[in-house]
Ligand binder design. Structure first.
Ligand SMILES: *Cc1c(COP(=O)(O)O)cnc(C)c1O
Length: 380
């Protein structure tokens, strides 16, 4: 347990030693100069990660808090919201919208498939009063990446807000917020940013602000205009106490990302994802997403081989020092998932594949030993 285990789940992700150390600094005032400096510097860097000139805020809340903030600031009871669903997290958006009284229209895809932009267009043609469309860029529960760029081109023509959950892809895959006209975009700390859970990041476009300003917002903690006001104060701050410890971690983690170079960070994630896919396929396993071109760059979902119990496989893999995830909700017992986001390199994904191969062999699955190494050789 603990330090010696390699954490290969889709968040939280393992942290750099130096980032852990950065977190052990003493508490300071949450409204002092030093906090203000860190806040502004982190936000400036986050804007570069988001590739946006929109406002970006740091919320002391896990990713779901940012999802709730996105909905709470634009939805009034009776408003129509189109939720695209294809897995557990995209369905969560629908649930949150319902809690805030939205009239939800749903474009549902099979779990394992991606959202079909044409169906989004159909619904927008049928209803002229859709206030917002929600899309989960990287559906962590199924390992699927959704075509946000295509959906955005459609949504743009209807003047509808585009809300994108990029919680498990921002910082690991291409999510250019301004290029894709994303009005509200979300990211989470414990995924590609490789710091502990507890922070989420949210970007807000001018169009989104227009809507927010006209909305009777039923939220106190997540009221975005309050975050904007506080950031303009001297020193810059947040309306309620920010997690200072997480801010130390974020500052350090962003420094690591920028030292490596954002393009290099994304290329590394794609490379590791490719190794993960080629590796499991060479073991005779099948990827869960319906086609490889929709596979996520940060999490790989794999069908369980016949006759193998998920818990047993995960326990065996863990005996070899690697923690992977199972399936969620209706995929429980049907798939396993390898998270490869954050600080992950070839070293960790190779150790993970080795542990999976050994576990499968132990469980009596016929695996051609080290075929995965040969498959990977070709792409290195
Ligand atoms: C992890 C995740 C969330 C939820 O984040 P929490 O930090 O667990 O609240 C939402 N959406 C996606 C796509 C995620 O991967």
């Amino acid at each position: 347990m603990g330090r010696d285990e390699l954490l290969m789940i889709p968040g939280p992700t393992f942290m750099a030693e130096r980032t852990l150390k950065a977190m052990s600094k003493p508490m300071i005032s949450h409204r002092g100069e030093e906090t203000g400096r860190m806040l502004i510097e982190c936000i400036e860097k986050l804007k570069k990660v988001f590739r946006t000139e929109n406002d970006v805020f740091i919320l002391t809340a896990s990713g779901t808090g940012a999802m709730e903030a996105a909905i709470a600031n634009v939805v009034e009871p009776g408003d129509r919201v189109l939720c695209t669903t294809c897995g557990k997290f995209s369905e969560r958006f629908k649930k949150i919208a319902e809690v805030f009284g939205a009239e939800v229209l749903e474009v549902a895809s099979e779990w394992g498939d991606a959202v079909d932009p044409e169906r989004v267009k159909e619904i927008l043609d049928e209803h002229d009063d859709v206030k917002a469309v929600t899309v989960t860029h990287n559906e962590t529960s199924t390992g699927v990446r959704n075509p946000v760029e295509e959906i955005s081109r459609i949504v743009k023509d209807y003047g509808t807000l585009l809300i994108v959950d990029a919680i498990s892809s921002m910082g690991g895959d291409h999510v250019p917020v301004d290029k894709w006209n994303i009005d509200i975009c979300l990211a989470g700390s414990q995924k590609c940013f490789a710091i502990p859970p507890g922070f989420s990041f949210i970007s807000v476009s001018d169009h989104a602000w227009e809507v927010i300003n006209k909305t009777r917002r039923r939220t106190f903690y997540f009221d975005l205009p309050a975050y904007r006001e506080s950031l303009r104060r001297k020193p810059p701050q947040t309306p309620y106490t920010i997690s200072i410890t997480l801010l130390y971690a974020l500052e350090d983690a962003l420094k690591l990302m920028f030292d490596e170079g954002l393009d290099n960070v994304i290329a590394r994630h794609h490379h590791v994802a490719k190794i993960a896919r080629e590796g499991v396929k060479a073991m005779g396993l099948r990827l869960f997403p319906v086609s490889e071109d929709i596979c996520s760059a940060t999490v790989t979902a794999v069908r369980l081989p016949d006759g193998i119990r998920e818990k047993e496989l995960r326990q065996k893999v863990r005996d070899y020092g690697v923690v992977i995830s199972g399936g969620q909700d209706k995929l429980s017992g049907k798939i396993f998932r390898i998270g490869h986001m954050g600080r992950v390199t070839e070293r960790e994904i190779l150790a993970t594949l080795q542990a999976i191969q050994q576990a499968l062999l132990d469980l009596g699955v016929k695996v051609e030993t080290d075929a995965y190494m040969q498959a990977i050789e070709k792409i290195r």
